[in-house]
Design a protein around this ligand. Structure first.
Ligand code: GLY
Length: 346
């Protein structure tokens, strides 16, 4: 919270969606620095999460938690044990898939509150682990689950203008779409900023993994919508595009960082790729300015300031968040790769 000068660490838990980001940050930091002490820390903070691959999924966040940690860990070490854990986790996540609906149940515990099978836009981010598992020795049907989830979400979860609801509620038995609503946004039909970021990142991944041009066109549409809705000069959005803007309306740097990652990948596929690259570059430059970057030593090591976790719940407003840092680092890495900048030249 603003003014805090100490870390808030908690024991690992099946209920924390953010606990894969810190190991993920350490993996990116190790990749950059090749520092052995960071490698040891990355392994340690990753391996405490293994229990999640061995129990029924608490919710869809399993993908965030395990792919940012073990996924990066496997990418950088090739440790076969990590791979087995990812494959097991992808199977656990697939247990939340409801074939009558065609999507993964995001929050089993919220079924009574929403009155049906609920799927949130954030869930698009967890398809990448399923695609990866299907391609790397896991259950091949995970590919079909991921594609069907993306297809049904595309059909039901979006408004005419290309923006999305946060939550879609479906009839558990018939699979019919009941309604779109919000959990963390300003209003049911408003554009919660981070939700739009999950959408652009998620659908770009679906195009990468399927090669189906429908998803490329869809991702382009989301990207254009985001770029048309952002009203700030520095391209860092307010927490919800439709919330009234007052003097103290907070930004969400995390939404910007996630969008930058999505746009950078999209720029490699889309006919007008340069436009998306340029916008992502603008976001990264803003995030790298004094306005957003914590001064060295501030925030106990967090990199970015000015993110918003859930204003709708009065929680984590205008604060540093570990997922903002994670996607900022990922965005910088994507940017450097596309520009041909090597770490050793820095
Ligand atoms: N996935 C939860 C959030 O974006 O806040």
């Amino acid at each position: 919270a603003p003014g805090d000068s100490v870390w808030h660490q908690r024991p690992v838990s099946k209920e924390l969606w953010t606990e894969g980001f810190w190991p993920g940050i350490l993996w990116y930091a190790y990749e950059y620095s090749k520092d052995e002490s960071i490698l040891e820390a990355a392994k340690g903070y990753t391996e405490v999460l293994e229990f999640l691959s061995e129990m029924p999924a608490y919710d869809h966040d399993l993908g965030f938690v395990m792919f940012c940690s073990y996924g990066n860990g496997y990418r950088l070490t090739g440790d076969e044990r990590y791979k087995e854990i990812i494959l097991a986790t992808a199977d656990r996540l697939a247990e939340l898939y409801n074939p009558a609906v065609g999507t993964i149940l995001s929050w089993p515990r919220e079924v009574p509150a929403f009155g049906g099978h609920n799927t949130i836009m954030d869930n698009m981010m967890n398809l990448e682990m399923m695609f990866w598992a299907a391609k790397n020795g896991g259950n091949k049907s995970l590919y079909d689950v991921a594609v069907r989830h993306a297809e049904k979400t595309m059909e039901c979860h979006f408004r005419e203008d290309g923006g999305c609801y946060h939550v879609a509620v479906y009839d558990t038995l018939s699979g019919d779409f009941i309604r779109g609503c919000t959990h963390q946004g300003y209003a049911d039909s408003s554009l919660w900023a981070r939700g739009q970021s999950w959408a652009i990142y998620g659908y770009t991944v679906v195009y990468r993994e399927t090669g189906d041009k429908t998803y490329l066109d869809f991702a382009v549409n989301i990207a254009d919508m985001i770029m048309s809705k952002v009203t700030t000069d520095d391209a860092i959005p307010y927490w919800d595009y439709d919330a009234p803007v007052l003097e103290d309306t907070p930004r969400d740097a995390s939404a910007a960082a996630i969008t930058a990652c999505g746009l950078l990948e999209l720029s490699t596929f889309a006919p007008e790729g340069q436009k998306y690259f340029d916008y992502a570059e603008k976001i990264l430059k803003s995030l790298s300015s004094e306005q957003y970057l914590a001064a060295p030593g501030e925030n106990q090591g967090f990199v970015l300031m000015h993110s918003t976790g859930s204003l709708a719940h009065g929680s984590e407003i205008d604060v540093p968040l570990n997922y903002a840092d994670y996607y900022y680092l990922e965005g910088l890495q994507r940017y450097m790769k596309l520009k041909g900048i090597e770490y050793k030249n820095l």
